[in-house]
Design a protein around this ligand. Structure first.
Ligand SMILES: [Cu+2]
Ligand SMILES: [Zn+2]
Length: 180
């Protein structure tokens, strides 16, 4: 036992000296989200950071003031969170367009499906109104995200259905930000 300890102790300094050179800076992106409101009053909800890993993009939320429960999160095509009104019909963040879908699949199938690349896992808002649990988007790279919009929806994503109608993909657009 003692012999083993001495052996390990002897190895430590050598291991420290032989530390590999720092890995190349991984890709990353970030977004500050704001509540989408008809008045246009800016209400910030925090940030989401994206980081490339060997398993896809790690999505790290730091959000506050949201309704408790799971919320759909998607990368939408356009870097524009502008809302539109059609008569008295308010269309929150309509300018962001549809879910990011470079393959033209037209299918909303969630983060592990073969549809929209912009379909992220649900973000879970805990009892204190904060979302801080990281999730993984295995098919994405941070470079895909910059210059697009992140939208968080009022409800949960069931990873199915037609995005344009909101069925199964989280309902109303609630928070939006342009990814940089
Ligand atoms: Cu969306
Ligand atoms: Zn989708």
């Amino acid at each position: 036992m003692m012999k083993l300890f001495l052996m390990l102790a002897g190895l430590l300094p050598a291991a420290a000296c032989a530390a590999p050179a720092p890995a190349p800076q991984p890709g990353s992106a970030t977004v500050t989200l704001s509540l989408i409101s008809q008045s246009g009053e800016p209400v910030e909800a925090g940030t989401v950071a994206f980081r490339d890993t060997a398993w896809g993009v790690l999505v790290e939320p730091q959000l506050h003031g949201l309704a408790v429960g799971p919320h759909a999160a998607h990368v939408h095509v356009n870097p524009d969170c502008g809302s539109m009104s059609h008569g008295d019909h308010f269309m929150p963040a309509a300018a962001a367009g549809d879910h990011y879908d470079p393959g033209g699949t037209g299918v909303h199938a969630g983060p592990y499906g073969a549809g929209h690349l912009g379909d992220l896992p649900n973000l879970l808002v805990e009892a204190d109104g904060e979302a801080k649990i990281p999730v993984l988007a295995p098919r994405l790279k941070a470079a895909d995200l910059r210059g697009r919009a992140l939208i968080i929806h009022a409800g949960a994503d069931r990873y199915s259905g037609q995005a344009a109608h909101g069925h199964g993909s989280g309902g109303a657009r609630m928070y939006c930000g342009v990814i940089r």
